[in-house]
Design a protein around this ligand. Sequence first.
Ligand SMILES: [Zn+2]
Length: 413
Amino acid sequence: MTSGLLFDLVIRNVRVEENGPLVDIAVQEGHIVDIGSDIRCEAIETVDGEGTFAFGGFVDTHIHLDKACILDRCTICEGTLAEAVRETARAKAGFEVDDVYARAARVVEKAISHGTTRIRTFVEIDPRAGFRSFDAIKRIREHYAFAVDIEICAFAQEGLTNEPETVDMLDETLRGGADLVGGCPYTDPDPNRHIEMVFALALKHDVPVDFHLDFSLDPGRTDLPAVIEATLRHGWRGRVTIGHVTNLSAMSQAEILSIADRLAEAGIGLSVLPSTDLFLNGRSHERLVPRGVAPAHLLASRGVVTSIATNNVLNPFTPYGDASLIRMANLYANVTQLSRDEDMALVFRMVTEGTASKFGSAGRLEVGAEATIVLLDSPGPGDAVREIARVVAGWKNGNRSFDNGKPRIHRPK
Ligand SMILES: [Zn+2]
């Protein structure tokens, strides 16, 4: 049947809500022009979604592409945060542009095939890394724009007050294509001054901020009040994200909810990084090792924007990884002992909606939106998290960006 309409693409028989009705998605010139049942049209490309769940793709709010895949040049003896920082700093001095590009490309291609369409990557800028990692990741951002939007956070991993030349280097990258600025107060001898220096750069360039924060199991040692205070004082509400904050896992629920209210009021988002946090925390415990994963779902219940992200892949911070966010969502749900359908739906939102970011509300499937669409072999988000659903195929701006093929069982004849 035809009504005379000819679209570029129509994806038929997909769900856009958990166990919802089967619908078709019509695409023209890179945008969604219709979502409905049995859309009467012809299309240059027609795809049968076969009952899969269609969504806007995963958003990885926190990943380090520059230092991924370096296990071959690092030693892991203690498995501690201090060792990971030390070993990676040593390896970083030897990074070359082509080397960073090749390792980052390997991870980005995995992320694409796992259905990720938006990435915030940290890139370390300091006297050891120079601008080599930054130059490589800028090329990655350009070369993979056909499949994924990448934003670059110019990141001071090794401190600022102890290495003031890093401030000028961050300033230069923010003039030269970085999207935001990031700091790490716990590696700086003066964490409060570090926080102010990062905010000064953010104000100068009018960009968001992302801090690695409170990466320990000690609730008494915290830089969070300083970040909240600076966020409110500078009017940076909705433009600040914090990552790790693993000491929340050592607090009572009442303390966590009190902090959640202050974060929600300051509009500060939280990225939880389960794989790294599980690997590095609690090394002094011989048994009953604490999990060290911040309970993001509790914070979300009080209105904090939360996300679950990859962080590191195959390096001393995390000697595992495949950049799969549906796997990370399942890991988080398992570690935090979640089971209800509404919790699964929340966990799915934490890998699809992102935190304070230029991505904003991108990723919603609606008429007029960018036709960036990923299909999951699942009736919906909850089941997808429970089963680590297979990612089937994806489109960016209406163009097919990957296809994982269809698994086949070969029965004996
Ligand atoms: Zn990180």
